[in-house]
Ligand binder design. Sequence first.
Ligand code: PMP
Length: 309
Amino acid sequence: MKTQFFPYTFFEGDFVKTEDAKVSIMTNALQYGTGIFGGVRGYYNKDENAIYIFRLEDHIARLHSSARILGCPLPYDEAQMKDIFIELVKRNKPEGDVYFRPFGYVGNLELGPNLANTKLDFALYMIPLGEYMPLGKGLQLKVSSWRRISDNAIPSRAKISGGYVNSALARKEAADEGYDEAILLRENGTVSEGSAENIFLVRNGELITPAVSEGVLEGITRRTIIQMAADMGIPTQARPVERSELYIADEVFLTGTGCQVAWVESIDRRTIGNGQIGPITQKLREKYFGVVRGTDSDYSEWRTKVELG
Ligand code: PMP
């Protein structure tokens, strides 16, 4: 499948034609994975001819946290970056839902994986994006034979490009064996997350999710769901989860900017609950879609509206 893209991209300090946003084969980030990135969604509202960007400030803050973990500053502060997002939307005039990929990368051509005295370059592009994972069906997951990278190897808390080889290996194994997605365990055996999603279990009317110290990315959708659930009176326990607890959960779902809220039908071929979407997952999912699209007026502080008229 050919990726579609929009005409403009922010690259090397300017809005340029997307086909001109190119780096050298010698680029350090391409060779060594020395970059950090984000993934942000914008939802198109046809009646208002506007894009609602979801939790933009939080995504920008996380990008800066990733840069801090790498030890290399980004060239723009939070306010400047927000302006770049908004200006790019206005130039590209989307007529459907979009996905933004902000990317901070070591753009020099030097030999060797060196982050010392390095300022990151910054680029932002957009693609049209509907579903990242199928939403109409339950997902079939596999506990991966690969282990999640540890905080003292490549921190999962940061979205570091090179760290996604870990995700790609797990995803490949799952796909090769006919599953939709992988779940990675840590070296000590506890559950961390999917290749690009956080995981939630429902047991006895409560949510359970691996704590942020369990080798996970601090997901913005994870935080969103925990908040929405709390406001519905559903508590969340963030704590270590063992593999076998997955099998006996009443409901399991994945969260992420890409997959949004995706329900899980089976894990390691063991059916979760009765093999249907569970009532709590359903309720949270409906709320989530209403809020991100702005058809539900709650949590308006999470939406940045960009008018395209
Ligand atoms: N875990 C990993 C490893 C991810 O790459 C992502 C996607 N950014 C997530 C979880 C979900 O994070 P978010 O909800 O912020 O998109």
